[in-house]
Design a protein around this ligand. Structure first.
Ligand code: SF4
Ligand code: SF4
Ligand code: SF4
Length: 270
């Protein structure tokens, strides 16, 4: 069989084209592998104590893993390759797996070389890794009138971050219920309560702040706070009108001589 005569220019062109096609195939394969491997951080992933706000944290963390190495309880793990793109290699923990033991000397923060874990955090009680939320009242044993109390008892900030609030048990009619109630201002997000919940799936969960907390309604003026701050009435000269009492000329329908509505609801006598 005769070999076709190909000019040197055409041979070079064919070689370059073949190289480019190979490169494209490699790049495409790599992208496909990354896409197949892409996974999100778990929704309940919590950042270590002192972590900056998420965007600032992602910029500051150099993925060195020193905080993970220094954690004596193996609480922290590094996000695997492909986890949420820029979050790959960053530290987090899942409360139900291994909660934060709230070390007094906060070795994870001390190990961070960049300030992604804020060195200003010197009291672990001031950490805000997340907020505990009692997400399932139907299954929480205390909501059924039993005395489980486990989440309350394990809390390192007991009686501040979580309290048991007494409420009437309407089911039995004559017992009390002791409702686990989280106070976000004091909850460190350590996860001890979620880890210890006795149910197969915890009724109390620690969620990242962005999921657990709403933003306050800045446009509402809370009169009682302004009054406290001012130490007196916010508006001077308010006329204190007498409270409306039942009697002739009022809209108390039960009072003889009271207001007579033009329209009466059928069958109500009113
Ligand atoms: S405070 Fe202690 S247990 Fe919690 S993440 Fe840091 S090193 Fe680990
Ligand atoms: S996460 Fe749970 S155990 Fe930890 S401080 Fe908050 S309420 Fe207490
Ligand atoms: S440990 Fe679980 S079931 Fe028990 S009171 Fe707390 S949230 Fe409810």
């Amino acid at each position: 069989m005769s070999v076709p005569d190909i000019s040197p220019d055409r041979r070079r062109f064919l070689k370059d084209a073949a190289r480019m096609a190979g490169g494209c195939m490699l790049a495409g394969g790599g992208l496909a592998w990354l896409a197949r491997d892409a996974r999100a951080l778990p929704a309940q992933a919590l950042r270590p104590p002192g972590a900056l706000a998420e965007a600032a944290f992602l910029s500051a963390c150099i993925r060195c893993g020193l905080c993970v190495r220094e954690c004596p309880y193996d609480t922290l793990v590094l996000a695997e390759l492909g986890s949420d793109g820029p979050a790959t290699g960053t530290p987090y923990f899942i409360a139900r797996d291994v909660p934060c033991e709230m070390c007094e000397d906060i070795p994870c923060v001390a190990a961070c070389p960049t300030g992604a874990l804020d060195p200003a955090l010197d009291d672990i009680d001031d950490a805000r890794m997340g907020t505990a939320v009692l997400v399932d009242q139907e299954n929480c044993l205390n909501f059924q009138g039993l005395r489980c109390d486990v989440c309350y008892r394990v809390c390192p900030v007991i009686d501040e971050a979580i309290t048991l609030d007494v409420s009437h048990n309407t089911r039995s009619g004559h017992h009390a219920m002791f409702i686990p109630t989280v106070h976000a201002d004091h909850c460190t997000g350590c996860g001890m309560c979620e880890k210890s919940c006795v149910l197969p799936e915890a009724a109390i969960k620690v969620l990242p702040l962005r999921m657990a907390r709403a933003t306050p309604a800045e446009h509402y003026r809370k009169g009682w706070e302004e009054k406290d701050a001012k130490g007196g009435p916010v508006v001077e000269g308010i006329i204190d009108l007498p409270d409306r009492l039942p009697g002739p000329g009022t809209d108390n329908l039960a009072t003889p001589g009271g207001f007579e509505p033009a329209f009466k609801l059928p069958g109500t006598g009113q």
